[in-house]
Design a protein around this ligand. Structure first.
Ligand SMILES: Nc1ncnc2c1ncn2[C@@H]1O[C@H](COP(=O)(O)OP(=O)(O)OP(=O)(O)O)[C@@H](O)[C@H]1O
Ligand SMILES: [Mg+2]
Length: 213
């Protein structure tokens, strides 16, 4: 995969008011996510920078880079109001890979559920937006495979956006990494993914957990 890589510090700066500190907006198994703004852009236009963990000892450097690039290429190729916008693939000064995305200041749906803030109409509205995003993904040959409240973000104006394509699979059409940054091209053949279970343990359906192959 031939993907342009931008040195993070040449384009983005931390949005923290404390010099040398970063402003964190989230954390997952594979990364921490920080709030930044563009060096040559307005200070109030914010970006979420997903900084990946170090390579695991069980992974080869090639496998690790392939994983980071694949997630980037899939998310960069998507264009839908209910999918988070991916901006850049960057490398930080401490040599960590970073995906730069639009910042969703409402946080994730998990946090919103915990606050017990939503009533029936808001819940239905979120669900409809989730279905629209998922329909778009499936129409373009992408299976997300890790849909859960932590991976559903809320923008400042209350829109829901699907994020985290870390275990997504391109089941039809060319992989966007090889198709010049577009998904949904040449959708003739549907491929089965490799056997094995992916996703997040508490959200895996019992019938999937019971599967042997
Ligand atoms: N664009 C964004 N705007 C605001 N918050 C974000 C954004 N992207 C991620 N986050 C926050 O950071 C958290 C971790 O991000 P993400 O899910 O991409 O990381 P991960 O390590 O791949 O997660 P997982 O544990 O699901 O594998 C999210 O659950 C969310 O709370
Ligand atoms: Mg996640």
């Amino acid at each position: 995969m031939d993907v342009p890589v931008v040195p993070l510090s040449l384009k983005y700066a931390s949005h923290s008011h404390i010099p040398g500190k970063s402003k964190k907006c989230g954390e997952g198994v594979s990364a921490i996510v920080k709030v930044m703004h563009k060096l040559n852009g307005p200070r109030n236009e914010l970006f979420a920078v997903k900084e990946f963990r170090k390579r695991a000892q069980s992974e080869t450097p090639e496998e690790y880079i392939e994983k980071v690039n694949s997630e980037y290429c899939v998310s960069k190729s998507l264009d839908h109001p209910n999918i988070v916008v991916t901006e850049d693939l960057c490398i930080s000064t401490n040599k960590r890979w970073c995906h730069v995305m639009e910042y969703c200041s409402g946080g994730d749906l998990f946090g919103l559920i915990q606050k017990d803030f939503m009533r029936e109409p808001e819940k239905n509205c979120c669900f409809k937006q989730l279905l629209r995003g998922v329909a778009y993904l499936h129409d373009h040959g992408i299976a997300h495979r890790d849909l859960k409240p932590e991976n559903l973000l809320i923008t400042a104006d209350g829109h829901l956006k699907i994020t985290d394509f870390g275990v997504s699979e391109v089941f039809a059409g060319k992989h966007p990494g090889s198709a010049g940054i577009k998904c949904g091209m040449d959708m003739t053949e549907i491929r089965l993914s490799n056997p094995g279970i992916v996703g997040s343990a508490p959200y895996i359906a019992p019938e999937v957990q019971g599967k042997t192959g």
